[in-house]
Ligand binder design. Structure first.
Ligand code: PBG
Ligand code: ZN
Length: 326
């Protein structure tokens, strides 16, 4: 009790504080999400995500140079194709030399130690923008989607991806992908499931970047409801049972309770996806002079680690030296 106990003793100077504080995550804990386009020498800054661009594979290699130099652990690749290549099922997502498959080969050739993850979904490849083919009444056909997702994941594994990451939120997608990988000799390819992924208003800048906004309707019929915590946790439990190696909570800053609960429920590694809206929100705030970017980035990232994240999927990763080194 006061006055014998004085907690301020424990934070009276910087030396004591840094001895007691959990350190900020090192760059090796981070995965940088990057957007790949077809062609060469192409670079399109994404207006809604300052500091991020759509890059052709050759430009991606250039931008990865300093990222790898700073010690970032991995990259997560998202592809874009021309509208003329989009179709009802998203077949361009599993072309042998598609945009992502090509980028995986290039990145692995140049940076063999960098962990390469590929996002497995079709919303950037379907003409309707949903995460699977549609039935005649306009719903996503779950089991048909699983067949496509398995083909995509296999094509990524063939190209040399270390990790495949299904983000479509279809029931049974993890099982379908694991089965396809194992049947084709890819039993060492890791499967990181977007296991608890919410239908969120925080994906706006990403959909702008990826041009993957659904033409009609929304994703509430497949992505988890933020009002239903128990079902959201079951999503991750199911994926663990189906053989996921790594689980994920996405978005992350609005879902620290979910991260904490999941951390208590599982011994699998957990990734936190610090999504586009969370990224651009801090940028917009700092741009207006309403907050210090570096301070906000460090504080929010510390919250993710404290809540139980092992891996951070973060657009801050390509700015690690400026934002995380003091
Ligand atoms: C698509 C996908 C989305 C994100 C990752 N994969 C958007 C969505 O589900 O609509 C969001 C990432 C971000 O906002 O940073 N399957
Ligand atoms: Zn999708």
């Amino acid at each position: 009790m006061f006055p014998e106990t004085r907690l301020r003793r424990l934070r009276q100077n910087a030396g004591i504080r840094s001895m007691l504080n959990t350190p900020l995550p090192g760059p090796e804990k981070m995965i940088w999400p990057a957007f790949v386009i077809e062609g060469a020498a192409k670079r399109e800054p994404i207006e809604s995500m300052p500091g991020q661009s759509r890059l052709s594979a050759d430009q991606l290699l250039i931008d990865l140079e300093p990222v790898v130099e700073s010690g970032i652990g991995g990259v997560l690749l998202f592809g874009l194709v021309e509208d003329s290549e989009k179709d009802h099922t998203g077949t361009a997502a599993y072309h042998e030399n598609g945009v992502v498959q090509h980028a995986i080969r290039e990145v692995k050739k140049r940076f063999p130690e960098l962990v390469v993850t590929a996002d497995v979904c079709v919303c950037a490849y379907t003409d309707h923008g949903h995460c699977g083919p549609l039935t005649t009444n306009g719903d996503v056909d779950n089991d048909a989607a699983n067949e496509v997702l398995a083909k995509i994941a296999l094509s990524h594994a063939v190209a040399g991806a270390d990790i495949v990451a299904p983000s479509a939120m279809m029931d049974g997608q993890v099982q379908a992908i694991r089965t396809a990988l194992d049947a084709n000799g890819f039993d060492q390819t890791l499967l990181m499931s977007y296991s608890t992924k919410f239908a969120s208003a925080m994906y706006g800048p990403f959909r702008d970047a990826e041009k993957s906004c659904p033409g009609k309707g929304d994703r509430k019929g497949y992505q988890a409801s933020y009002g239903d915590l128990r079902t959201a946790l079951r999503e991750s439990e199911m994926d663990e049972a189906e053989g996921a190696d790594i689980l994920m909570v996405k978005p992350s800053l609005f879902y620290l309770d979910v991260l904490t609960r999941l951390r208590e429920n599982t011994d699998l590694p957990i990734a936190a996806y610090n999504v586009s809206g969370e990224y651009s929100m801090l940028h917009a705030c700092a741009e207006r002079g309403w907050g210090d970017l570096k301070g906000m980035v460090q504080e929010s990232t510390a919250a993710l680690v404290r809540s139980g994240a092992d891996i951070l999927i973060s657009y801050w990763a390509n700015q690690y030296d400026e934002l995380f080194r003091n």
